[in-house]
Design a protein around this ligand. Sequence first.
Ligand code: SIN
Length: 525
Amino acid sequence: MPALDLLVIGSGVSGLSAAVRAGSAHRLRVGVITKGQLHQTTTRWAQGGVAAVLGGTDDPDSTDLHMADTLSAGAGLCDIDAVRVLVDEGPVRVSDLIAMGAIFDRDHEGDYMKAREGGHTQARILHARGDATGAEIERALVVAVHDTAASLVEHAFADSLLMDNGACVGVRYQDANGTLHEMEARNVLLAAGGAGQLYSVTTNPVEATGDGIAMALAAGAALGDTEFVQFHPTALHHEAMPRPLLSEALRGHGALLRDANRERFVDELEPRDVVSRAMMRTMIEQAEEHLWLDATGLEDFAVRFPTIHRSLELVGLDATTDLLPIAPAAHYTCGGVITDLRGATTVPGLWAAGEVACSGVHGANRLASNSLLEGMVFGPRAVDAIAAGAVGPEPTGAMRTVLTPDDARVTGRRLDPPEPPRWGSVDSDPAKVRRAVQASMTRGAGVLRDRQSLATTAAELEELISHVPAQDSDPAWLEIRNLITLGRAVVIAAASREESRGAHTRDDFPATSDDWMLRQVMVRA
Ligand code: SIN
């Protein structure tokens, strides 16, 4: 019998929310392994906040409005039931976090302060320490998980899932010295985040290399929505990587976007796919590498946005007087491992939650500040299902497309996953190959794509495969193998979808087509 009831891979908001719930609400024996230090996750970089309707007597907001905004940002591809779960259970999970010690900002009357961001019709974003919401949530969860987890292993690079008779029974990982270990568990929850590192310019930390999605694919799990890679419109145009983010909350507070002529060119409160697209088109038209964010009219900038204020200071900018150079940067992997509403994947024993997953909540484009919420809702849901003895997926959420593709609510299109790559044997410099992958994805499969650009990137990725040694288990090479695997999945789905929708813009198919109101899933035949 495995020692663990649940092994969580990843220590961001989804993984730690799940681990804490498993230990505290269900007394499950839970372990967490993570690639860096426990707190070293994409979650801690999240600025804006958590979209959640906490209610209140004269609050004009409602979960129905939050749902409507999420569906609208998702451009027709969200799963309605998944979004209902997200908006209804979100407030309860925020309360759980507050009970764990997370401190959200309040006004002088003691009420929670609420900000507005792109795509939201109401001010409903809770934030912490101004623009350090992810860091505060991560802090509270790291404290809590120390009391609940049976084992926490840092600097553990998970390289494959252990399989027995088609079921996932644990994980193989490498420790910091390169020694291999196997950890068995009755259930494995993937909470390993996304793959912003697929692109040269990203807001994601270096660890975001799609490891969880690639491992799941290798184990036979279905993937969905991989063509929808979200770019954040307002990353600071600066050589620092990850790019310092200039939160959407700035635009929610009235900051304006200006082109090279200092003119406005888009409604700043549109969802971020619309804004990123408008920016790219304007940059191309004006032959500029960046545009401008004008936050000079915002009051108390340093108090309300201390993290951003500090990162601007570091590069000699002052938001109260300077226009801030900005350009879109890869930010969020909307697709991933297909799950049902309880986080079950198509592989028995394997669960997924958060950015690694495709539960159906984001559709073609994630609404701002729904990502922390997704993690804190769907991580614990998987745990509750495991504790209740659930086995295997149900036809709910995005999983409906796989299990009941003829369901009238969502039709699906099946794609073959990328062929297993024939890795090369000649050693080269991993940093160089990684940069080449990122450059190719940026040129051909970025904010704007077309048939030719995608075909070129597909060919370049195939060529790069031969520069990746098959046998080298150095984590730098493992990450590149994962990035190439995921890059190929993005390109296959993007080339197949001959329309523009949400975060997927085809210059050769600029219109949104009713024929494409469907989710693409990659399932091995
Ligand atoms: C931001 O603060 O703009 C990022 C929040 C998010 O990604 O939802």
